[in-house]
Design a protein around this ligand. Structure first.
Ligand SMILES: [Fe+2]
Length: 399
């Protein structure tokens, strides 16, 4: 049997007190649900009292430990955004309401149905999202499509990714679920030890071919709270001085999937596939727009107060280090880039969810963070479709 990539924690603690210090709100990700409460069979103070039964029971998460997959193989990604008519006449015909949330990132669209787009419209969708970074489409019927149809739609944009650890609807491992059940107390526990749930990241950047155009649609939401933050990593790149940008070109960083699998193991969840580590350029170029974006993935607050032996593993839960640099050099540059992205409220957008909202973003040119800020125990349930794209590449510095 090949050696597992999964690293064992260095700190031995009794099983009942062990806490893997990883990944902000990811620590409170679930690995099981009470299906009777979620479907309203038993109510009491549960589902019926607070909202009602889950509106999408076929989207409830399942974790099947028997479901195992081989390592992902390379594939040729076709970027449909390159074929788009940039007048967007198929995507945004007359009568569509298009509202930009900030100058460079975030747009809200009303008046079209994504499910009705032809291929020309989908090409424009890929391009429009790449340009605006994240777009919220309101009043969609997407969540009501049969899951198979939603997946077929998403497959236009790339090969479906199957997540190594997350819950998925029964029979549809390609759907990544974000689910906080009725009366879930995980966040309460989390905030006893942590100050914020903000965890900026780009999804599954440890894969050799991370995702591009990515879909997330709401199934159940709290009355208020649970918004999603996005940061424009193209604008973040542009804000840097030419001198600093030039230094970043040619650098590569390693991205690790090990910590995510370890975190799942710590909460007795599943591992569908052995984790991988890949290196990617720190500045990547978008294949359709040609824009350059910062591509480092933190997903954890700086952990520099920890002892060096632990710190090496926990400085970030995804991006580990800049290839070829000494630890202190790598840590300093990565910390600066993480802070630059996290504090750049002047190139960020905040998306509020409404019933029927489908949010589409381009993981190549953005980072995002969920917010766990509601305390009334209301259910939050979303489904993500995550088409993989090209292997990240960079083009030369242009001054
Ligand atoms: Fe994410």
């Amino acid at each position: 049997m090949a050696p597992s990539l999964v690293e064992t924690p260095t700190e031995a603690r009794p099983a009942n007190t062990y806490k893997l210090n990883l990944g902000q709100y990811k620590e409170v990700d679930g690995h099981s649900i009470d299906r009777d409460i979620e479907t309203g069979k038993i109510g009491g103070k549960g589902a019926k009292a607070l909202i009602h039964e889950c509106q999408y029971p076929h989207y409830l998460p399942t974790w099947n430990p028997q479901e195992l997959y081989s390592p992902l193989q390379p594939f040729e990604h076709y970027e449909h955004g390159k074929d788009a008519d940039t007048s967007f006449r198929n995507l945004l015909p007359p009568g569509t309401t298009v509202t930009n949330l900030t100058p460079t990132i975030g747009t809200e669209v009303k008046g079209i149905q994504l499910s009705s787009l032809n291929d020309a419209g989908k090409d424009e969708l890929a391009r429009f999202v790449a340009q605006r970074k994240v777009v919220a489409f309101r009043a969609q019927d997407f969540a009501d499509l049969p899951i198979q149809d939603a997946l077929e739609y998403g497959s236009y944009f790339g090969r479906h990714h199957i997540h190594p650890t997350s819950g998925a609807p029964e029979g549809f491992p390609e759907i990544h679920l974000v689910h906080r059940g009725e009366n879930d107390k995980g966040a309460e526990e989390f905030f006893k030890a942590r100050t914020t749930s903000v965890a900026w990241h780009s999804d599954i950047s440890y894969e050799a071919q991370p995702p591009g155009t990515t879909f997330l649609y709401i199934l159940n939401k709290p009355d208020v709270g649970g918004d999603t933050l996005f940061v424009d990593s193209v604008q973040a790149y542009k804000r840097l001085s030419p001198l600093f940008r030039e230094r970043l070109h040619g650098l590569r960083a390693t991205h690790s999937g090990i910590e995510q699998v370890n975190a799942a193991a710590a909460r007795a969840s599943i591992k569908r596939r052995e984790p991988v580590v890949n290196s990617h350029p720190i500045v990547r170029t978008h294949p359709a727009t040609g824009e350059k974006a910062l591509y480092v993935n933190h997903q954890c607050k700086p952990c520099s107060y920890r002892p060096p032996t632990v710190r090496r593993k926990l400085t970030s839960t995804v991006t580990r280090e800049i290839v070829g640099m000494k630890q202190e050099e790598s840590d300093a540059i990565l910390k600066f880039l993480y802070d630059h992205l996290a504090y750049g409220a002047d190139f960020q957008a905040r998306i509020k969810w409404e019933e029927g909202t489908v949010v589409i973003w381009d993981n190549r040119v953005t980072q995002h963070s969920a917010l766990v800020d509601w305390e009334n125990g209301q259910r939050r349930h979303l489904a993500r479709i995550t088409p993989q794209a090209e292997r990240p590449y960079e083009t030369p510095f242009e001054g």
